[in-house]
Ligand binder design. Structure first.
Ligand code: ZN
Ligand code: ZN
Length: 371
């Protein structure tokens, strides 16, 4: 057998080296030493790291929107990210158009369908409950089952109008009526109150913007402690997702949570063109550096952009370096350096370890990030 690509001596985050053979867009073989002929070979000489392809599970990348939009390859392949999950930019009425564009990207694109039928065309997509049409959501989940992998509800003041917790109740009903699909819930300023939102969520549901610095977040800033009900929700199995965004990541909240044993399961950016170009997000690597500074180990950071999001969203052949899985890989370096990192509230930390994608491999195709 002749492989399409053989990667030699990639360094795993634990320090061991690995060879990976790729054939027909899949991982054909992995091991300390893989032999065989291949059309192409890359020798990393034990210098660069290799991991499953990075997955960013909260982005906005439908270029035809005006509020939150971007281009999949600008936030994906160019940034070491092999898979992005668009978190509810579109709803049942416009997600087909998004799908038609998304499949043309080099980056793997999936979507969560907004329970509001036009998605985030306007900021208050859940202020009018007639926009939540269960049958339309169901049809989308069925018609685009390879693309739509969950549902999204944004539960904060500017989004819900006078509707209180009602949109979340409807989201939970939709979830139950559709094989318990993954549900991502955005949080922000009240109403609704965070304890009420968490009350309505179940184990496995994804809470994005988990470390936002708002009064309605998980931190009791007077006591300098995580609110009891937030700890209880975490212990109940609600999945904490970073969803950094323009307004939703605060170092102190992340650091306080870590001290109390509360960690985000997944690291994501909530990236779109403005917070990519002007910050504070820039890209997934920068968000990973922020969690490193907050006290996470690199090994868990890599897990939180590979295996963890693949598990949350049931991406069956992604997130692991295993024979038969998609040949999505990220090759990167971690080097000493110094960089000032800024959170969503303007607070800064000095990073001493910088992570940089070198090559991004998607379905066995190699893209160079240093050109
Ligand atoms: Zn959000
Ligand atoms: Zn978002």
């Amino acid at each position: 057998m002749v492989y399409d690509l053989l990667i030699k001596n990639g360094k795993l985050i634990g320090g061991q080296t690995i060879d990976i053979a790729i054939l027909d867009g899949k991982i054909a073989e992995t091991g300390v030493f893989v032999e065989g002929e291949s059309k192409e070979q890359i020798d990393l000489k034990g210098e660069s790291f290799i991991s499953p392809g990075w997955i960013d599970d909260h982005v906005h990348c439908f270029e035809k929107m005006t509020l939150y939009y971007d281009f999949p390859d600008e936030i994906g392949v160019k940034k070491g990210v092999t898979t992005v999950i668009d978190a509810g930019t579109t709803g049942a009425e416009n997600i087909h158009e998004f799908h038609d564009l998304a499949v043309q990207a080099k980056t793997n694109v999936y979507a969560l369908v907004n329970i509001s039928k036009w998605g985030i065309v306007e900021q208050d997509e859940l202020a009018d409950l007639t926009k939540i049409q269960k049958e339309l959501v169901k049809k989308t989940l069925t018609d685009l089952s390879d693309f739509v992998i969950g549902i999204k509800a944004r539960m904060s003041k500017t989004v819900i109008g006078e509707n209180g917790i009602k949109p979340l109740e409807l989201a939970k009903e939709i979830q139950k009526e559709n094989n318990n699909v993954p549900l991502m819930v955005h949080i922000g300023s009240a109403p609704p109150e965070l304890d009420d939102i968490l009350e309505h969520m179940s184990a496995g549901d994804i809470l994005t913007h988990c470390f936002n610095g708002k009064a309605n977040g998980i931190l009791d800033s007077e006591k300098g402690k995580i609110k009891d009900f937030a700890t209880a929700a975490y212990n109940k199995g609600i999945v904490f997702d970073i969803g950094h965004g323009t307004d939703s990541f605060n170092f102190t909240v992340a650091e306080t949570a870590l001290k109390e044993g509360i960690k985000a399961k997944t690291i994501s950016t909530d990236i779109y063109i403005r917070n990519r170009e002007n910050g504070p997000v820039y890209d997934l690597a920068t968000t990973m550096e922020k969690l490193r500074v907050a006290g996470y180990e690199w090994s868990e950071i890599i897990n939180k952009v590979t295996a963890a999001p693949a598990e949350s969203f049931h991406l069956k052949r992604k997130g692991h370096l295993v024979t038969g899985y998609d040949a999505d890989l990220t090759i990167f370096t971690i080097e000493e350096g110094s960089k000032l990192l800024t959170d969503s509230n303007g607070f800064t930390r000095e990073a001493a370890e910088l992570i940089k994608p070198v090559k991004t491999i998607i379905g066995g195709v190699v893209y160079d990030n240093q050109l």
